[in-house]
Structures are given as C-alpha cells and as structure tokens.
Design a binder for this molecule. Structure first.
Ligand code: 4NP
Length: 159
C-alpha cells in the first residue's frame, strides 16, 4: 500500500518544500520510497512553478538536504481525494485548507507539528519576511517534525 503525505504552507517556496525535502530524505533512508509518496503545495498560487526560495535552499543545503529540484504548486480539490495526511505549517494554512476540505474526507488534516507530536511548537512560523535565522529555525522544527511524523506513520501502517 502507498500512504500519501502532503505538506502545505502559503507560498510553497519556504516551509512546505523544506518539509517535503526533509521528510522525503527520511522516507528514503527508511527504505520506504515506494510506500510513502510525498508532495507539497501552497494555499496561494503566486509562486507556482518556482523553485524554493534561495534562503530555504541554502539553509537546507547547509544541513545536507538538496531541495532545489522542487517546484511550487497550489493545493487543489483533487488533493483531498489522494492524500491521507494533509499537514499545514500554520493555523491560517489549516483554516484555508478546512474551507476547501470536502465533507467526508477520511484523512488526517492537521497542523504538521501537532500531527508529529511536537509539544513545544504547534506552528512552523513564516520565515518569508525574516532573516536567515528564521529559515534556520524552520529547518530545526521541520527536522524534528519529519522524524516524529515518520515514526507515527510507521506505527499507523504496515508496509
Ligand atoms: P511559505 O512562505 O508559505 O513558507 O512558502 C511564504 C512565501 C511567499 C509569501 C509568503 C510566505 N509571499 O507572500 O509571497
């Protein structure tokens, strides 16, 4: 079986591609590349087709993750048919996703860090108007979230 995981932020050029790339790395390391499909999207369309923000790419690269091949896209109605986990970076992203969410959606629609069981932070703060340190904070949160989320998904599914 395949479990489908979608990370969502506003622009899909900073936080959600970071989560996408880091989670994909952990999935691959765990030998689950064919079992867990990973993607990311934005609630907004302004950056559709664009690679991740240079600052997001460089802070990821500094930690050994190459997210430069990812391209932004907007969330679509079809995502609610495909994805078992739709994980929002912040509360506004979650509100926007709930508006789009069809009744009867059976997957997990939640804040990423909450779904990952991180106790001290619920949101990955938007780094777009911040400095490089805001992007480094994103990496730190996402790294821990990605590891915890993979452990949760492995508990919830037999591959
Ligand atoms: P993201 O960051 O949602 O983490 O990709 C942002 C990217 C772009 C904008 C805002 C946040 N923007 O306003 O264009």
């Amino acid at each position: 079986m395949t479990v489908n995981v979608l990370f969502v932020c506003l622009g899909n050029i900073c936080r959600s591609p970071t989560a996408h790339g880091l989670f994909q790395y952990h999935v691959d390391q765990a030998g689950l590349t064919n079992n867990i499909h990973v993607d990311s999207a934005g609630t907004g369309a302004w950056h559709a087709g664009n690679p991740p923000d240079d600052r997001a790419q460089s802070s990821a690269l500094e930690k050994g993750y190459d997210i430069g091949g990812l391209r932004a896209r907007q969330v679509t109605a079809a995502d609610f048919k495909k994805y078992d986990y739709i994980l929002a970076m912040d509360k506004q992203n979650l509100i926007d996703l709930r508006v789009m969410c069809p009744t009867g959606y059976h997957g997990v629609l939640a804040l990423f860090l909450e779904a990952a069981g991180l106790k001290e932070m619920l949101e990955v703060p938007d780094p777009y108007y911040g400095g490089q340190e805001h992007f480094e904070h994103v990496i730190q949160l996402v790294e821990r979230g990605a590891e915890n989320l993979l452990a949760r998904i492995q508990k919830e599914h037999t591959f």
